[in-house]
Each structure stands twice: as C-alpha cells, then as structure tokens.
Design a binder for this molecule. Structure first.
Ligand code: SF4
Length: 254
C-alpha cells in the first residue's frame, strides 16, 4: 500500500475520547433523524456534516465512477485530508487505473490502493484458473469484500456514491444509515442526485472521468465482469451480465 498524500488529522476535542459506535436502537434512531434532516441538504452540506461528525474516522472507497469523481471533487474542497481508497482487484481496466494519476495531478489527492492478499497470478494458480469464470460471488468476496473489511478497521463511517435512481435495489437507500455488513455509518451524499445532476456537475467543473463512459459503459467494474450496454438498457445492465448478480456485495445487505 502507498501512503495517502496527507495523514488523517489527530482527533480533536470531543472526538479525542473517540467513543465507539454502539449499534442499537439509540444509534439507529439518531442516524434516521440525521438522514431525514439531510434529505434537503446539498451533497456538499452532507459531506461537511459527515466530516464534522466522523473525521478522522471517515473514509470512502471509490471505483472512480462518475459519482465517485464528483465526491472526490467535493472532498478536495471540503476535506482533502479524508482517506480515500480503491479496491485494486487486479482486474480493473487500464482506463480506470489511469484516473488515479489524474486525481493526483488535479487535486493533489492520492487515492490509496488496497490489495487482496494474493496477486491475480497467485489467486488463479491457487484456484485452478480465473474464479470470476466459475464463482463471481466468491471472487468478489475474496478480492473486494474481504479487503474492504480490512480497510474499514478503525473507521466509524464511510461515504458511498450511491444514487437512488440507479437501480430498484438502491431506491430506498437512506442518506445516513447503518451499514450492518461493515459495521459503519454509511453516508450517501448523492442519494437524491440523478444521472443528469452527476454529468452536469462533471461538465461544469471539468472533472476528469473514465473515457469508457463515452464508449457505452455507464458503469465500470472489473473488466471480466463489465460489458457495454445498448441504448435503453438499465445503466447497470453491463455488470455481471448474463447472471442474476447485480451488486458485488459492497452495497447489498446480504
Ligand atoms: Fe472478480 Fe468480477 Fe468481482 Fe472483479 S467484479 S472481483 S473480476 S467477480
């Protein structure tokens, strides 16, 4: 792993005591109230609230999608010291990996790569070939979910780039909620944004984005599990196409 550009600041004031988050009705009620109140806030206001409440134990994972790029831009203005990382599965497109350098040049922010225990070569050798061909759930677990669990250690909250209108699975997503799987507060500043809002923000601020989006790939994941889509298809239809799988497990509750 490489170090982020700037280390997170030491806890200040009340945060110095750093009480652990205790999942339960009290916390869930509190998060639901924040979520309700933030329904009408802008993404920048939501991020600023999250930083105030949870930094330096606040982080974000990004796959450099258009929504993630918008959030990186906002973080650069609000809290550039926030640790942001990418799950480097070893199967990402070269166009995706190139965005990390563009982010560094444009914002001075270094997105940290988090790697699985085994390289692609070691993993495939140990499993008799590419696991994505035989068991995508296991491959996503080994190369994404396990790594995210490790990356989440010591954190209290993470930001997601989820939009409610991306898919029916995401339609009810709260702005602030409890992520049972990762035992973190999950903040989704873009929940109320549309695809048009995202691309309008990218265009207005000249934010770098993955060139694959201009080639029929609205949602880009690992290359073995991403295809381009046809006009009129759901924007996530190109992910794990041909299987019932729609999410890698980062955002699903099972
Ligand atoms: Fe493996 Fe495909 Fe999941 Fe990437 S998206 S971790 S290649 S199954």
């Amino acid at each position: 792993d490489e170090s982020p550009a700037s280390a997170p600041a030491e806890p200040q004031g009340a945060l110095a005591a750093d009480p652990p988050l205790i999942p339960g009705d009290d916390l869930f009620g509190e998060l639901a109230a924040h979520s309700q109140r933030l329904e009408t806030a802008t993404p920048q206001e939501i991020l600023a609230w999250a930083v105030e409440h949870y930094a330096p134990r606040f982080t974000m994972a990004t796959a450099f999608g258009p929504e993630g790029m918008c959030l990186i831009h906002m973080f650069s203005e609000i809290a550039p010291q926030t640790p942001i990382f990418n799950l480097e599965t070893g199967y990402q497109f070269k166009e995706t990996l190139a965005l990390r350098e563009q982010v560094r040049e444009r914002y001075g922010i270094t997105i940290e790569y988090k790697y699985p225990d085994q390289t692609v070569e070691e993993y495939e050798a140990a499993n008799g070939g590419p696991v994505y061909k035989t068991d995508t759930n296991r491959c996503c677990f080994d190369r994404k979910i396990k790594v995210l669990h490790q990356a989440a250690r010591g954190m209290h909250a993470w930001s997601s780039a989820i939009r409610r209108d991306q898919s029916p699975d995401r339609a009810e997503h709260p702005i602030v909620g409890w992520d049972k799987k990762f035992q973190l507060v999950k903040i989704s500043p873009l929940a109320n944004w549309t695809k048009k809002d995202v691309w309008g923000f990218i265009s207005k601020n000249d934010i770098p984005y993955n060139p694959l989006h201009d080639q029929g790939y609205p949602s880009v994941g690992c290359w073995p599990c991403t295809r381009s889509i046809a006009l009129g298809e759901d924007e996530r239809a190109g992910r794990w196409s041909g299987s019932a799988k729609t999410e890698c497990g980062l955002h699903s509750s099972d």
